[in-house]
Design a binder for this molecule. Structure first.
Ligand code: DQA
Length: 143
């Protein structure tokens, strides 16, 4: 069964209580449940992880590069400034879809830059959990 890594950056473990007006009231665990249900429908295997540590995120991206594993990535705040994250994403050979729960372009100016988008297969933003679910459908159609 094809494996998909779902990687989440800083503060996303706080979903549900973190700025619910921006990110919704669904928890990180509920996001995982929604993705797992869709994954079984699509016949793919997901491995969802979250870190607040840039170095750990880089290691996971290296693992995805080594395994040619497709990735759904919500880089969270790393999106806006982490060149090391972008460079790690550039190593990927399988599809990588950048996702955001909110629409960063409709928010503060510092969120208007993504250093990751230029090396992503595609980007889906502003649709809450659906950003991830649509990304999973797109990846399942490509593997
Ligand atoms: C986010 C948007 C980022 O600007 C922010 O730093 C996040 C979450 C989103 O999913 O909407 O942590 O990636």
């Amino acid at each position: 069964m094809a494996k998909v890594l779902v990687l989440n950056g800083p503060n996303l473990n706080r979903l549900g209580s973190r700025e619910p007006d921006v990110y919704g009231t669904g928890s990180y665990e509920e996001l995982g449940g929604a993705l797992a249900a869709l994954a079984s429908e699509l016949g793919v295997d997901i491995d969802m992880r979250q870190t607040n540590d840039e170095s750990e995120m880089l290691s996971w991206l290296h693992e995805a590069a080594d395994g040619s594993t497709p990735v759904i990535l919500n880089p969270a705040a790393f999106t806006h400034y982490s060149y090391s994250l972008r460079d790690a994403c550039a190593l990927l050979t399988a599809p990588m879809i950048e996702v955001h729960l909110s629409n960063p372009l409709a928010r503060e100016e510092f969120r208007h830059t993504s250093v990751v988008s230029g090396v992503a297969t595609g980007t889906i933003s502003g649709l809450g959990f659906d950003s991830y679910l649509l990304a999973l459908r797109a990846i399942a159609a490509r593997v």
